[in-house]
Ligand binder design. Structure first.
Ligand SMILES: [Zn+2]
Ligand SMILES: [Zn+2]
Length: 282
């Protein structure tokens, strides 16, 4: 059995974002919709009795996320410790990697699994952490490798990112975490079709969404995120997965607001909208 705990569901900036006065950010500040921290999940297997956890991506909100999840907090038997055994990275984006700096007080080097390109792009974090915990880099692979206990994982290469497929080696159940999908490659389509649970890039509803709040903003596709409308919605609707969940949702996305037409379309397609703290048992 694998537990997937969703620590944060927002794209870069969070909800509300400090400099944003879009309808969703205003509603979040007014307490009308729930605020969301930046995207990250924690995973653990029953072979470790759920005492040891890996993070997928380390967000700038990590310290707050740890305080909101007792299982990620240090136990009382020694003064300094952590149940966090390591971090897997999908790419080197600030909102996926800045949290590594927040773990700098750790004693042994931080165990980080990343593709070579991600490691290269994070050379600056490597240099900063060298004066603190340091990093023990581990390679990701396209074939399943063992993470710990009975959890296996592999990467699916995407443009400027990877998706991660997790497998419970006892039951064979699989989950896919794909927060930055620029393109529906054949390999990704296959991975979605063979996963029981799919956590998928829900950053933007439409390709031109950001231009409404910031003149001249890049399109969703230019930012390496396939929009929901005209992008992932029809594909996910047809996927046989037991649970399909949008996560890594930008604060401008209308699906965050209850009773919007866009949210209704997502729900009618049988797709859930993630929220911070959601736990999935695989
Ligand atoms: Zn991101
Ligand atoms: Zn906003």
């Amino acid at each position: 059995m694998i537990r997937i705990h969703i620590l944060g569901t927002a794209a870069g900036g969070g909800l509300p974002q400090w400099n944003c006065a879009c309808a969703n950010c205003v509603a979040a500040r007014a307490g009308k919709i729930a605020p969301q921290t930046q995207s990250s999940i924690a995973i653990s297997g029953d072979a470790e009795k759920f005492l040891s956890w890996f993070l997928i991506n380390a967000s700038p909100d990590l310290a707050r996320q740890i305080e909101s999840m007792p299982r990620l907090q240090p136990h009382h038997e020694s003064p300094r410790n952590t149940p966090i055994a390591g971090v897997l990275l999908t790419n080197a984006d600030i909102d996926h990697a800045l949290g590594l700096l927040l773990l700098r007080q750790q004693e042994p080097p931080q165990v980080i699994y990343a593709a070579d390109e991600t490691r290269t792009a994070l050379e600056w974090i490597d240099r900063v952490l060298a004066r603190f915990s340091g990093i023990e880099w581990r390679k990701t692979t396209a074939e399943f490798q063992s993470l710990s206990g009975r959890i296996g994982f592999r990467t699916i290469e995407l443009p400027r990112s990877v998706a991660l497929q997790l497998r419970d080696d006892t039951s064979g159940a699989t989950a896919l975490f794909a927060p930055s999908v620029g393109e529906l490659t054949d390999e990704l389509r296959d991975a979605v079709h063979t996963s029981d649970v799919v956590l998928f890039d829900g950053t933007f509803w439409s390709d031109d969404e950001l231009a409404a709040v910031r003149l001249g903003a890049r399109s969703a596709r230019e930012m390496n995120h396939l929009p929901i409308r005209g992008g992932s919605l029809d594909f996910l609707r047809q996927s046989p997965a037991r649970r399909k969940i949008y996560t890594h949702i930008n604060n401008t996305n209308p699906i965050l607001m209850p009773e919007t037409r866009e949210r209704a379309q997502v729900e009618q397609a049988g797709i859930e909208i993630a929220r911070d703290g959601l736990e999935i048992v695989l």
